[in-house]
Design a binder for this molecule. Structure first.
Ligand code: SAH
Length: 593
């Protein structure tokens, strides 16, 4: 999996303006005063109320301006979406609060079906933003440009009958609007402890200003509730086909085994495991996507084999009578391998649930590092900004020296042999070892003198049928377009092992020479959804054949958000005939987020 989080997961504890004064909403005031306050508040013309965009950190002067902005810039209309999904009052409120809290992309919002779990969750009845005017309007208050009626231009009624009809219709609309407001007011008073919320907001230390709240988990799992991300992962054939091949062509390993799928998503890997003969599969996920997984398992008549368990793998319990599993399968890899830090959860599951002889699938992953010419990407990401319609916008390109870029670079851009900067054996590695520092030496293979713009990082993944480690120089299978694995047909069942396994009845007996499945996410492979991770040099480096770029690669979890990574690269350049570097030692720090 590979999820782009950026900083949007951070809940902004900071309010741009405080309206509580205008509303006089003193929580200690008595009911009558509160009545007045509410009425005053509601009678404020919406047009006079500032309103924050749903997709930008920008507050507009009016609700109309904010919604128009969201429509034109982000293609999102609250009215159209409410109609299309048939959202009632409460569901619309949950949608607004959900968007404000979880910061989904407009595309993710456009993909909603109305069946998502948050539409029925009380959590999202609570305003995500204080005084949110969007929560106080009916979608009909938001005029679509085409049904907007300008009183100046509307035709006067032709006769008394028409005039009376119009008045009746307008009265009805007014009544409906009043009803709506009364309804919402009632609902807010009943369902939400407004006073509590105001108290909480007041009590929340002002240190929130400039020190945003952290919420690494809820945004993370919300992101995996969306269909889109699962569709991207499943359509990444290099990824999904490699897992399928490992599972389906090692039936001797899976037959009668108890399997745990950590982060099952749609349950696709569990389905493969069931197909390969697993006796029982526990499919665990903390995201709302598990509801889909349950449906999928039922639809495929596998409920007697696959049990979907909702929750963080760190917190769940196995059903009565089960303590350990024989195999853990998981697709936990993030950009540059460790982004998202899901591996920590998988290792936690290993330590709690895997029997001592058990198999981790995948069993090994290697972080690969190389020199990357990257001139095209450099032009696209940095050079481009220096001349935009004749203006110098290079300020826009500056942060690329501090942020890793995730993009696909072609195989010909790689101008050194890659080196392994971290070899992770899943059977024994510990979470602590995921913060690391590794020396590297890259030797240019370029036949002519060229400018090199970046380092490239990617990872290779290995599965062994026995779960045992492989030497770090084990060649990886680099999948090309013509690779039969992409045709999605895999043999079922292994021969020799199967015979032995069946006679012993013990899922893990009969281990022998391991069968290996692997795939690479490097530039030489068919691109995967992980693409490659690029670290631009602050100044391009000139290399010819044999030029050495050496130094230290350091990687650790970000202190503020454990799902992000801080990468620090120390490097110097030396020509092959020189014993010492020609230039100074350079240090660059990057964020992977
Ligand atoms: N196995 C699926 C989905 C992989 S994406 C597939 O191969 O298509 C990773 C999934 O792991 C996400 O659905 C995410 O919600 C889940 N996940 C991540 N950390 C988890 C944890 N600690 N506990 C339970 N689920 C987790």
């Amino acid at each position: 999996m590979a999820l782009r989080l950026h900083s949007s997961h951070i809940l902004d504890g900071e309010r741009e303006e405080d309206f509580s004064e205008d509303r006089g909403s003193d929580p200690s005031s008595d009911g009558e005063e509160e009545e007045e306050t509410w009425d005053d508040w509601m009678s404020d013309s919406l047009d006079k109320r500032p309103c924050k965009s749903l997709f930008e950190d920008h507050t507009f002067d009016t609700v109309q301006e904010a919604t128009l902005n969201d429509e034109t810039r982000h293609g999102f209309s609250l009215k159209a979406t409410s109609q299309a999904l048939g959202l009632d009052h409460y569901k619309r409120i949950r949608l607004i609060n959900w968007i404000r809290k979880e910061h989904p992309t407009p595309a993710a919002v456009a993909a909603l079906t109305g069946a998502e779990a948050f539409f029925s969750s009380d959590e999202y009845l609570k305003p995500s933003m204080e005084d949110d005017p969007l929560l106080q309007i009916e979608p009909d208050d938001l005029s679509d440009s085409d049904d907007e009626v300008d009183p100046e231009t509307v035709e006067p009624p032709k006769d008394l009958d028409t005039a009376a009809r119009r008045i009746r219709a307008l009265r009805k609309k007014l009544e409906q609007a009043k009803d709506g407001i009364a309804h919402y007011r009632n609902f807010v008073n009943k369902r939400l402890d407004l006073t509590g919320i105001v108290d909480e907001a007041k009590a929340s230390p002002s240190t929130h200003v400039g020190a945003p709240l952290r919420d690494d988990d809820s945004h993370y799992f919300q992101s995996y509730a969306q269909n889109d991300i699962h569709s991207v992962m499943i359509n990444d054939k290099v990824r999904t086909a490699s897992y399928a091949k490992f599972i389906l062509s090692n039936q001797e390993v899976f037959k009668d085994a108890i399997v745990m799928d950590v982060g099952c998503g749609t349950s696709i890997l569990s389905l493969f495991a069931a197909k390969a003969g697993a006796k029982r599969v526990f499919s665990v996920d903390a995201s709302d996507i598990v509801e889909k997984a349950k449906e999928i398992v039922e639809a495929n008549n596998l409920s007697d084999v696959i049990t979907v368990i909702r929750g963080k793998v760190e917190d769940i319990k196995l059903p009565e009578g089960f303590e350990k599993v024989d195999i853990i399968i998981s697709e936990w890899m993030g950009y540059g391998l460790l982004y998202e830090s899901m591996l920590d959860s998988v290792l936690h599951a290993r330590d709690r649930f895997l029997q001592p002889e058990g198999v981790m699938a995948p069993s090994q992953a290697q972080m690969m590092f190389a020199l990357c010419e990257a001139s095209e990407l450099f032009k696209e990401r940095i050079g481009f900004w220096s001349d935009v319609y004749g203006f110098d916008l290079s300020a826009m390109g500056k942060n690329v020296y501090e942020e890793a870029i995730v993009d696909v670079v072609g195989p010909r851009t790689v101008v050194s042999e890659p080196v392994v900067v971290k070899d992770l054996f899943l059977g024994t590695i510990t979470p602590k070892q995921l913060d690391f520092s590794a020396p590297f030496k890259l030797v240019s293979t370029s036949e002519r003198r060229i400018k090199v713009h970046a380092f490239v990082l990617y990872f290779d993944t290995f599965f062994t049928s026995t779960g045992e480690p492989l030497p770090s120089d084990t060649p990886v299978h680099v999948i090309q377009e013509s690779d039969p694995i992409l045709a999605e047909v895999w043999p079922l069942g292994g021969r020799a092992y199967q015979a032995r396994r069946m006679s012993t009845g013990d899922p893990l007996k009969g281990k022998g020479r391991p069968k290996v499945t692997s795939f690479s996410t490097g530039p030489a492979s068919v691109p995967t959804h992980w693409k490659q991770t690029i670290f631009f040099f602050r100044e391009p480096v000139s290399v010819a054949e044999g030029t050495v770029v050496e130094g230290v690669f350091k990687c650790r979890k970000n202190a503020d958000n454990s799902r992000e990574l801080d990468v620090e690269i120390h490097y110097s350049v030396r020509e092959p005939e020189d014993p010492a570097p020609s230039g100074e030692l350079l240090v660059q720090m990057y964020k992977v987020r």
